[in-house]
Design a protein around this ligand. Structure first.
Ligand SMILES: Cc1cc2nc3c(=O)[nH]c(=O)nc-3n(C[C@H](O)[C@H](O)[C@H](O)COP(=O)(O)OP(=O)(O)OC[C@H]3O[C@@H](n4cnc5c(N)ncnc54)[C@H](O)[C@@H]3O)c2cc1C
Length: 479
């Protein structure tokens, strides 16, 4: 290895890492210590001799917002599948999160949403959302992952991948603040550089062909504020009033650690959102639901309010890594593969599921060889991202302007999803199917395979929904 002076990760504990040693596996470099990079490290460390994690930000000691992860100031929900995947990689994580103030909120009862007609109706055994700030979640992951005995954290900005004479990616080049240019040799490079990373430029720079991608333009604006919460954790639930097309304005209020709400106002297609706490307060007071307004502003402005933060997501993309001609030795994960409309809360969970797939693929390295490991992982990682992508796109296609140019099968899936949503309002069995798909516990296709029995008992039919449900029933039934 040329160059990089490796420093032990803060809090490194040589006694708690996996049972590995020199010569027992590959050297793996990971670009980015965000959610995907940390989970990738947890997944591959048991199969590696050494893992080197490169991060351009100086990582904070606690749960703090980072410069290169500005989305960290907005509501970040972890789906049931995401928590399950993290727990499988880092046993005990869910309990540690609970002790640190994360709240586990079952869909429809604790994670409540308004469908334009009424608040969601609970049912037994619903999947649950883990609610906390993204900074807190990342901090809890860092505590666990940076303790791995065969992991080293380096602060540096990766500028290029390097490729050996056989065409395999054999390392990377980085720039550190003080140390200047550095080179690192590795058997595998995992790209967890996120939405702000330079993956396409790195691949082009080492002569690899461009990765084909799908894209979609949801045009979502977020504006968020953390406000104090009066309700104790035991009574807290999240309130989502997502925009029902053609309306564009929505609200997500999620209880998080430290007796706070993170409140996010969303809008579409460039509409103006509040930029000051005063305007934000005015928007909350004007909600069509006085009880919810009162909850969110109960302790306002008794404690100091944080800044109002903005984020704009105009375009999202899915890189078709499963069918791309990627160089050997290169493994992307998380937002480096796909970005999503954040309203569907999928990115972190997809990254966690991909990390699980990565660990399973790496476990077969000795048996099946590096080519098979890469092919298996990339196919599974794309499938996981594509499933979430299709769900998000199907929800977004409720807006007529987003339907222009959409493929017929995407429009069909959108119709099916609307049918399933409407039926779920009346039938707990369909609510369960919908929630399991939205939580990425079952594939999207589980909404229509096997075809649901759409008989609605008279007692369960809400009169105002009956006409729509019949139409949607036809959509589902015709599959
Ligand atoms: C407004 C908003 C709200 C969201 N809400 C949710 C939600 O509710 N639920 C959910 O699951 N997901 C949500 N997401 C998505 C979620 O933030 C990401 O999908 C998830 O964090 C996975 O990100 P990642 O680790 O791949 O990338 P990132 O979090 O972007 O991390 C990438 C890391 O790589 C580092 N890096 C980049 N380039 C280099 C380089 N050259 N050298 C060294 N380091 C580098 C960066 O500094 C960063 O630390 C939201 C996203 C947005 C924008």
């Amino acid at each position: 290895m040329a160059g990089l002076a490796e420093t032990p990760a803060p809090g490194a504990d040589p006694g708690t890492g996996p049972d590995t040693g020199p010569g027992t596996g590959p050297v793996i470099a990971i670009i980015g210590a965000g959610i995907a990079g940390l989970l990738a490290a947890a997944a591959v460390a048991p199969h590696a001799e050494r893992v080197v994690l490169l991060e351009q930000d100086s990582l904070p000691a606690g749960a703090a917002l980072r410069r290169r992860v500005p989305q960290g100031g907005h509501v970040h929900a972890l789906l049931d599948s995401g928590l399950g995947a993290i727990e499988a990689l880092l046993p005990g994580f869910a309990e540690a999160a609970r002790l640190a103030g994360s709240l586990r909120l079952p869909a429809r009862s604790g994670w409540r949403f308004h469908d334009g007609r009424g608040w969601s109706v609970p049912y037994e055994g619903a999947p649950a959302v883990l609610s906390q700030s993204r900074c807190q979640l990342e901090h809890l992951l860092r505590i666990r992952v940076l303790r791995l005995a065969n992991l080293r954290l380096l602060t540096g900005r990766v500028v290029a991948l390097s490729r050996g004479p056989d065409g395999r990616i054999d390392g990377l080049r980085a720039q550190t603040g003080e140390g200047g240019p550095l080179a690192l040799t590795a058997d595998w490079v995992i790209d967890a550089s996120g939405r702000g990373g330079a993956s396409a430029a790195w691949l082009e720079g080492c002569g690899a062909p461009a990765v084909p991608e799908l894209s979609h333009a949801p045009h979502v604006g977020y504006t968020s504020l953390i406000v104090p919460r009066a309700e104790p954790d035991a009574k807290a639930c999240a309130w989502l009033r997502l925009a029902q097309p053609p309306a564009t304005r929505g609200l997500v209020a999620a209880p998080i650690e430290d007796q706070a709400w993170i409140v996010t106002l969303t809008d579409r297609f460039g509409a103006v959102l509040p930029t000051t706490p005063e305007d934000f307060a005015a928007a909350l007071r004007a909600l069509p639901d006085p009880e919810l307004s009162a909850r969110l502003t109960a302790r306002w402005p008794e404690a100091g309010l944080g800044p109002v933060r903005r984020f704009q997501i105009d375009r999202v993309r899915l890189r078709r890594v499963g069918s791309a001609d990627l160089p050997a030795g290169y493994l992307p994960i998380g937002d480096a593969i796909a970005t999503f409309n954040p309203l569907h809360a999928q990115g972190m969970s997809v990254a966690a599921l991909q990390a699980g797939a990565l660990g399973r693929a790496m476990a077969g390295l000795r048996r099946s060889g590096p080519g098979a490991v890469q092919a298996r992982y990339l196919a599974e990682a794309e499938t996981l991202a594509r499933n979430a992508w299709m769900i998000g796109q199907a929800v977004d296609l409720a807006y007529p302007r987003l339907r222009e140019g959409a493929a017929p099968e995407a429009l069909r899936r959108a119709q099916i999803l609307r049918a399933a949503f409407a039926t779920a309002a009346l039938r707990p069995d369909m609510a369960r199917r919908v929630d399991r798909a939205l939580h990425l516990l079952d594939p999207f296709s589980a909404l229509w395979q096997p075809a649901p029995d759409l008989h609605l008992s008279p007692s369960s039919t809400r009169s105002e929904l009956s006409h729509e449900t019949t139409d949607h029933g036809a959509a589902l039934g015709s599959l």
